[in-house]
Design a protein around this ligand. Structure first.
Ligand SMILES: Cc1cc2nc3c(=O)[nH]c(=O)nc-3n(C[C@H](O)[C@H](O)[C@H](O)COP(=O)(O)OP(=O)(O)OC[C@H]3O[C@@H](n4cnc5c(N)ncnc54)[C@H](O)[C@@H]3O)c2cc1C
Length: 472
């Protein structure tokens, strides 16, 4: 058992009184996750510099205190919260947010690990630039690296891994590793920063990064396209890429079951279908360009091309085309998760399969549910352009034949098995690995990969102090 009062006193002497939190009221927000994760912290510390992170880690290493690195706590696999032991220290990066330097010609930004995505984008906007990972939350850059965030425009810009050039990290014993590479081309052996991407903070605390950034588009054009089937959604994707790949930035797809609750719970959001029943799927198509509208009118291009598809072969299965403002259409997309929560118990999935198999996978999942779980509604939506789907399942717990925990266990096992073994997919497309999906990591990760992770962990964190995610 660690002495919380002793550790708090030592760390206050090291970092200043207000950097250490010990009261239950103050700790609550670090202990509970956004969707999963509920633990108890020994205490929380909020260092403001890399040197202070290093001092805290060295202190914890010497005493064998386990540490949970935490950014904005928006992660969705329970990996950012301490376990229930009351023995883990939360190392919040929220105050490590001073460094933010933009090099507009190199098109890079150097940031502290605790800088929020919104803060970074506000600073970049002054240079006509942005960090192109776009999502409905406001995470820290360190947390985004540790989870390799994807987002809604991965189709065009890639994930965090793709846009990361350099990194600074503090290892479990307090050693600072600097690989703050500013170069786009640098083939000089092991790309060390990759050890920290998507590994849930298991190998070190990310304290700084060099990010590649992109020009802000001058114009966006969006359409909602009704599709009668998943196959029609894929045919449209193929046609859009063939003709508009260079300006095609997002392809989000919403099933009728996921769309209905948005309009039911948000009367202020306009339903383009009015009183008619929406088709099986609605695709949100976005084009963007840095060219001014006078040089290329994207809305006109999109409307004309979609009209042409409708008349031609790729139009088979297209039921409706609505042109509209990006902010109106994105509001529909961003209100799905929250609207579904009003419909009953939600079991969320973050699955990917090869794009060409998206329709077949979704049909197979729906058939499995119809046969063995007729009380469950499949409210799927997601990033079909990247082969990603949030296959969210909703049911009324009062009407279910078995307790919720048992149904959750059964559904996770069967849906992940279908995705991973049946369709060469992933049980975690973009949310990373944590307690919520640890048993599937254990089941589906090849043994040699686990062995390599064990060796790395032994080298970088020999006492096993960092995080709750086990990669080995
Ligand atoms: C509404 C909503 C929408 C979302 N949409 C998407 C989406 O479209 N696409 C997508 O990919 N994700 C999405 N996410 C999840 C996304 O992964 C997280 O929001 C984000 O990446 C985590 O950043 P964070 O700062 O909140 O980290 P946290 O939640 O605090 O931590 C996440 C993990 O990273 C580790 N960590 C945090 N900071 C550090 C650090 N400095 N060094 C080492 N380890 C660290 C933690 O220990 C934990 O394992 C969404 C989340 C929400 C709530």
């Amino acid at each position: 058992m660690h002495d919380a009062a002793r550790a708090a006193a030592d760390l206050r002497a090291m970092l200043g009184a207000d950097a250490v939190l010990t009261e239950a009221n103050d700790l609550a927000r670090y202990e509970d996750g956004w969707r999963y994760g509920k633990g108890k912290a020994l205490l929380a510390v909020r260092p403001g510099t890399t040197e202070q992170v290093s001092e805290v880690m060295a202190y914890c290493h010497e005493r064998g205190i386990r540490v949970m690195p935490q950014g904005a706590n928006t992660g969705l696999v329970g990996a950012s919260n301490p376990d229930a032991s009351g023995e883990m220290l939360v190392l919040s990066l929220e105050r490590l947010n001073k460094r933010l330097e933009v090099d507009a010609i190199n098109r890079t930004a150097v940031v502290d690990g605790g800088v929020l995505l919104s803060t970074l984008n506000a600073a970049l906007a002054e240079h006509g630039l942005m960090f192109p990972i776009d999502l409905g939350a406001d995470p820290t850059i360190g947390g985004m690296i540790a989870t390799n965030t994807g987002g809604t425009r991965l189709l065009k810009y890639g994930d965090v891994r793709y846009n990361l050039q350099g990194l600074e990290a503090v290892l479990a014993d307090g050693t600072v590793v600097e690989v703050m590479n500013h170069l786009r081309k640098n083939n000089t052996g092991l790309d060390f920063k990759q050890l920290f991407v998507g590994t849930s903070g298991a190998y070190g605390v990310i304290t700084g990064a060099v990010l590649q950034v992109v020009p802000v588009p001058r114009q966006h054009a969006t359409a909602l396209v009704g599709c009668a089937s998943g196959e029609a959604v894929l045919a449209l994707l193929k046609a859009l890429e063939r003709e508009m790949a260079d300006v095609f930035t997002a392809y989000e797809v919403i099933s009728a079951n996921a769309l209905g609750p948005v309009f039911k719970h948000h009367e202020d959001i306009r339903n383009p279908y009015g009183t008619a029943q929406p088709p099986a799927y609605t695709a949100l198509v976005e084009l963007s360009s840095t060219l001014p509208g006078t040089a290329l009118n994207l809305a006109e291009v999109l409307e004309e091309r979609l009209g042409a598809f409708l008349e031609g072969e790729s139009g088979e299965g297209i039921t409706d085309i609505f042109m509209g403002k990006p902010e109106d259409f994105w509001a529909i997309r961003h209100h799905i998760s929250e609207s579904l929560r009003n419909e009953g118990k939600v079991l969320a999935f973050d699955i990917s399969v090869p794009r060409s198999r998206m329709a077949a996978f979704t049909d197979a999942a729906v058939a499995l549910l119809a046969k063995d779980y007729p009380f469950v509604r499949c409210c799927d939506f997601g990033h079909w352009g990247d082969g990603g789907t949030h296959l969210n399942l909703v049911w009324n717990e009062g009407e279910a034949p078995r307790p919720t925990a048992r149904i959750v266990e059964e559904l996770q096992s069967r849906i992940y098995e279908l995705a991973v073994r049946g369709f060469d997919g992933s049980y975690s497309a973009e949310h990373g690995v944590g307690p919520h999906n640890q048993r599937f990591y254990d089941a589906y990760t090849p043994e040699p990969v686990k062995a390599a992770n064990q060796a790395l962990k032994r080298h970088l964190d020999p006492k096993g102090l960092l995080g709750t995610t086990r990669l080995g």
